[in-house]
Design a protein around this ligand. Structure first.
Ligand SMILES: Cc1cc2nc3c(=O)[nH]c(=O)nc-3n(C[C@H](O)[C@H](O)[C@H](O)COP(=O)(O)OP(=O)(O)OC[C@H]3O[C@@H](n4cnc5c(N)ncnc54)[C@H](O)[C@@H]3O)c2cc1C
Length: 577
């Protein structure tokens, strides 16, 4: 993910005006969709590069190695078979590296690119009116990764911007009839190539569906459309003294957050998306609308369809309505910061704080390289040492009591420079350091991309996981920064690499693989919160076993027999019955 792209996305996602602009650009007259130039453009770009079949074959055969590398990190569309065959990952020997196939470290995500029939385009225009586009820039914007280091080798053929659940249902029904793939699209802040369109098809941009449908202050819940961003929702809720406690990437939408089962810095206190969604409405692949639960806080009524959909990454349906559990804005909070001689000491303190019985609301770990980036980016002079940041909430007395308990733990574990802030401006200033840490990393290598890792282990293994990973990261020639949601056993590394240097990308991938394997050896997971997308499929068999994957695939086939919902994502291609 390049720095510029991140900034662009942040601006786009946090500004209503720009969203309106995007909306404006999406509106074209009906004539435009059916015109010959548009159709020619559609045909030309449908294959991704605009070339003929021959040219595509040449690309495939002569550029196999770079494609294999791209495929290992992302997705690849070929017109080699009429239907996507998720069961037949090819075992290709590319210069001694096995690509695809069971046991491989890299999967080739095969897709068949089917031309979108004019009949479907006409149907989409009839459903969405002017909110349909085949404009190349718009399709390209939706097809290229905005915040993901995975490469796009294809883009959607059409982008639609539905305004209601009814429109979504009709769109999906039409796509199912024509067996054309669908990629639901929210804020595009996902990291693992979730929104790529390896098979072209129809991208359903949900960002026009952003209404708050009902706020129940007494019940502390809210019913929203999926395109609303978590930041916008919190602006809306603030006057009511309420907030929604998950804070992933700026610009992320509630629908995308459900679909990735995201979390964030407050998950240690409030749980992840899994814990904060009461019910959903979902459009299934045949266009049917399913309500997964009532608005009751708990229910034992049958299979838990809500949790099935949460984390399904758009592969089982399009989420069209979400009922969320809300929290009271805390009366008081304290933000604290302290330094340690090693990341292991810092991780040990995070664990000890969790064991002390207090309810920390945030505990975030930044290593010394990240602190160097923070200083560079902000013109600060903070100690370039492993650092922990805490937030304590509650009444004034309780927040201070928690602060004192943790200060004592810090002093017992080689910690130093314990500072804390109670004044709103000072707290904002301290917390800004953590919030902007990702951008700060790019201050060290502004033109590079970042491979972002996301492993998570049982809490007792966190210190060892970070210490072992850190040894490898320090030994690498690449710049690597660490930031961890330490109270959950979840940590990220930003491995900065020059995208034009293949050996640097490979080194970044090596480090990523290595950390995943250390985490898996500790009963951990390859993804604590970012999800699978295309990037993490290759680890799922090792983490979950083949039977679990076959069960997932049976569910997928039952609800989406034509495999139109975000194909090529989440379920590894070699899973067969
Ligand atoms: C700077 C930065 C910081 C981040 N920090 C965190 C963090 O702390 N914690 C964390 O968990 N993540 C984090 N992320 C990752 C990202 O913000 C989350 O994965 C987020 O949940 C994605 O939401 P989105 O709206 O951007 O989804 P998108 O990227 O648009 O889509 C993600 C997936 O959801 C599907 N989808 C989208 N909308 C729908 C819908 N309505 N119905 C069905 N499927 C849908 C898409 O098809 C895709 O598979 C961070 C990202 C960035 C760039």
């Amino acid at each position: 993910m390049a720095f510029n792209s991140l900034c662009r996305r942040l601006r786009a996602s946090s500004s209503r005006a720009i969203l309106e602009g995007l909306r404006g650009r999406a509106r074209y007259s009906q004539g435009r969709h059916t015109s010959a130039p548009a159709q020619r453009a559609l045909a030309a770009t449908a294959a991704g590069s605009g070339g003929s079949d021959d040219r595509r074959f040449w690309l495939w055969s002569s550029a196999l190695v770079p494609l294999a590398v791209a495929a290992s990190a992302g997705s690849l569309a070929l017109r080699s078979s009429p239907e996507p065959s998720l069961c037949e990952a090819p075992d290709l020997d590319v210069g001694g590296v096995m690509v695809g196939g069971k046991g491989s470290t890299a999967y080739l995500v095969k897709g068949s690119h089917k031309e979108v029939p004019q009949e479907l385009i006409d149907e989409l225009v009839a459903i969405c009116g002017e909110n349909v586009t085949m404009d190349y820039d718009e399709r390209s914007f939706h097809g290229k990764p905005q915040n993901s280091f995975h490469k796009a080798v294809n883009i959607p053929d059409v982008v639609v911007f539905p305004r209601s659940e009814e429109e979504v249902s009709k769109i999906v029904k039409s796509c199912n009839k024509h067996k054309v793939p669908i990629v639901p699209y929210g804020g595009a802040t996902s990291i693992e190539g979730h929104t790529l369109s390896p098979n072209g098809g129809v991208c359903i941009d949900m960002t026009l569906m952003k209404r708050v449908k009902a706020l129940h202050v007494e019940d502390m819940d809210v019913v929203v459309e999926p395109g609303i961003g978590w930041m916008e929702l919190n602006e809306y809720l603030e006057p009511y003294g309420l907030f929604f406690p998950l804070d992933p990437g700026p610009g992320a939408t509630i629908g995308g957050m459900c679909a990735t089962r995201c979390s964030g810095s407050l998950a240690v206190r409030y749980g992840t998306m899994r814990d904060n969604v009461i019910s959903l409405q979902v459009v299934l692949a045949n266009g049917d609308v399913v309500k997964t639960a009532s608005r009751a806080r708990k229910s034992a009524a049958g299979y838990d369809l809500t949790r099935l959909m949460i984390g399904s990454e758009g592969t089982l349906g399009v989420i069209t309505e979400v009922t969320l559990r809300l929290q009271k804005i805390p009366q008081h909070s304290v933000v604290a910061m302290c330094n340690f001689p090693s990341v292991k000491d810092a991780a040990d303190v995070a664990i000890a704080a969790m064991h002390s019985g207090i309810q920390v609301s945030r505990v975030e770990l930044l290593d010394e390289v990240m602190m160097k980036g923070v200083n560079l980016a902000n013109g600060k002079d903070l100690p370039e040492l492993p650092t922990l940041m805490f937030e304590f909430i509650g009444t004034e007395a309780y927040s201070l009591e928690q602060t004192n308990i943790v200060q004592k733990i810090v002093s017992e574990h080689n910690g130093s420079d314990f500072v804390f802030a109670r004044d709103p401006e000072a707290k904002k200033e301290l917390w800004k350091i953590r919030k902007e840490a990702l951008w700060a990393s790019f201050a060290m290598e502004p033109t590079f991309e970042a491979m972002i890792t996301d492993v998570c282990v049982p809490l007792s293994h966190l210190a060892e996981l970070i210490a072992r990973s850190k040894q490898e990261l320090d030994a690498s020639q690449l710049t690597c920064t660490i930031v961890a949601h330490a109270g959950d056993g979840n940590f990220h590394t930003l491995v900065l690499f020059d995208p034009s240097e293949d050996d640097q990308r490979q080194e970044a991938e090596r480090l990523n693989h290595l950390m995943v394997h250390i985490a898996l050896s500790m009963e951990g997971t390859c993804t604590g919160e970012h999800g699978v997308g295309t990037g993490k499929m290759k680890y799922l068999e090792e983490e979950l076993g083949m039977e679990a994957l076959r069960t997932m695939k049976k569910i997928k086939q039952a609800v989406d027999p034509n495999n139109i919902m975000n194909p090529g994502k989440l379920i590894p291609p070699h899973v067969c019955f």
